[in-house]
Design a protein around this ligand. Structure first.
Ligand SMILES: Cc1ncc(COP(=O)(O)O)c(C=O)c1O
Length: 415
């Protein structure tokens, strides 16, 4: 069983050594050795790197409890192990079907996004325990109407709901900076909506969610736009801190709230310092997808990775692996490709990129790669590789110590 609570190690008290991942020549070949008997594609989670990342999230959140964003993990044993660490509390789920499944073993699940899954709602309404454990996300009275159309207030348990508030930055010069989710923006709009929700029988308003994608999901340390991004994020932080305080105060006068949620992996310092909030969300920082390498304030350890094997050599400086095209969601730009990390110095070809079945890799290291050699990659995001594989092999030191089924490996494909 994956356990991240460390007893004092024999080395306790000895001089601190640099974490293994800071020595790539040791970190990656060790994974090749440990997984050599397994066919590719093979995926691993390094226990010590995962533990480091979990602890780093806690430190960055500065004492604010962290709700784990399950979409960025999609491995139950990892969610369970992280939630045993003091400081992590509750799950931010991504579909109702998933929330119902997790509610069998977890008692605090907030669905981060609205649902229109009528079959799932019917199951929720028929399950008193799940109804106490799951909070649904809304930002429109239509959401409540849809719930009522599945079963009216008198014929189902009271349903816990939270309001999603737009945490984007509305710049007079640059327009809408952030994601497009809720239309509720200012304290007046949110309070007016909250009053209507509270007046509806059969619902209990328990929370607010304000996710600042333009800060939490946007690196500030990469590329020529970095200075502009930093300026935008700084303005957005100032605006959001004030607006959040006004929203929380306004809704707090209407009804007491249990959950005041904000942030994501990339904004934990800011979120942790916002006194209006009762918790932060984070997920990506646990397994450490490479999109999260581009932040000044933290650097996740490469806790998860996958490998493909070289199957042919089309040219002296090109080695081709079977597989590779595990592209991340979002804009179809180069940064969404998986990154070859070992051996170092490999890149994809601009005309071919990471392919559906084959990926040619070029660079100095390619000349010494032979057929059958293993190449390690990191995914851009943290949860999506779990849709490609049935399990991660858990590595500690030089050994595989466990096999952790992904959602897919447990027969679940939610999105
Ligand atoms: C509502 C919400 N909260 C928090 C997050 C942060 O998740 P992560 O830390 O995995 O980036 C996300 C990610 O998209 C989200 O949609």
């Amino acid at each position: 069983m994956l356990d991240l609570i460390d007893e004092l190690s024999p080395a306790h008290g000895a001089p601190a050594v640099a974490p293994e991942w800071e020595d790539p020549a040791r970190y990656w070949p060790r994974l090749s050795a440990a997984t050599g008997h397994l066919p590719a594609p093979v995926a691993v989670i390094d226990r010590e790197a995962l533990r480091y990342n979990a602890m780093d999230l806690l430190v960055r959140a500065g004492g604010l409890p962290i709700r784990v964003a399950s979409k960025s993990v999609r491995v139950r044993s990892v969610l369970d192990a992280v939630l045993k660490l003091p400081g992590f509390r509750g799950i931010l789920a991504f579909t109702l079907e998933e929330a119902l499944w997790l509610a069998e073993t977890h008692d605090d699940i907030m669905l981060g996004y609205p649902t229109v899954d009528r079959a799932g709602l019917a199951r929720l309404f028929a399950d008193e325990q799940a109804a106490q454990r799951i909070t649904l996300m809304i930002d429109d009275l239509v959401h409540l109407d849809l719930l009522d159309s599945v079963a009216g207030p008198g014929s189902r348990p009271e349903i816990r709901v939270a309001i999603d508030v737009d945490a984007s930055w509305r710049s007079s010069l640059l327009g809408h900076i952030g994601v497009r989710r809720s239309a509720l923006f200012n304290a007046g709009e949110v309070a007016a909506f909250a009053r209507k929700v509270v007046a509806r029988p059969g619902f209990r308003l328990v929370g607010l969610q304000m996710y600042d994608a333009q800060i939490a999901g946007q690196g500030d340390d990469a590329g020529p736009d970095a200075p502009l991004i930093r300026m935008v994020q700084s303005r957005s932080r100032n605006e959001l801190r004030e607006r959040r305080a006004a929203i929380v105060a306004a809704v707090g006068e209407i009804t007491p709230l249990e959950i005041l949620n904000g942030g994501g992996t990339g904004s934990l310092e800011f979120t942790g310092s916002d006194e209006s909030l009762s918790e932060a969300s984070a997920g990506s920082g646990l397994l450490g997808g490479h999109l999260f390498d581009g932040y000044r304030s933290f650097r996740p350890a490469p806790a998860s990775a996958f490998a493909f094997d070289v199957v042919r050599r089309p040219a002296i400086d090109i080695a081709t692996v079977l597989g590779g095209g595990w592209i991340a969601s979002g804009p179809a730009v180069a940064s969404r490709q998986p990154r070859a990390v070992w051996p170092q110095g490999l890149h994809t070809l601009s005309r071919e990129a990471a392919g559906e079945v084959q990926t040619p890799l070029q660079g100095p290291a390619a000349t010494s790669l032979g057929v059958g050699d293993r190449v390690w990659f990191r995914h851009a995001k943290s949860g999506e590789p779990a849709e490609r594989i049935e399990s991660y092999h858990l590595v500690s030191g030089d050994e595989i110590i466990d096999e952790l089924p992904t959602y897919r490996g447990e027969g679940k494909a939610f999105l």
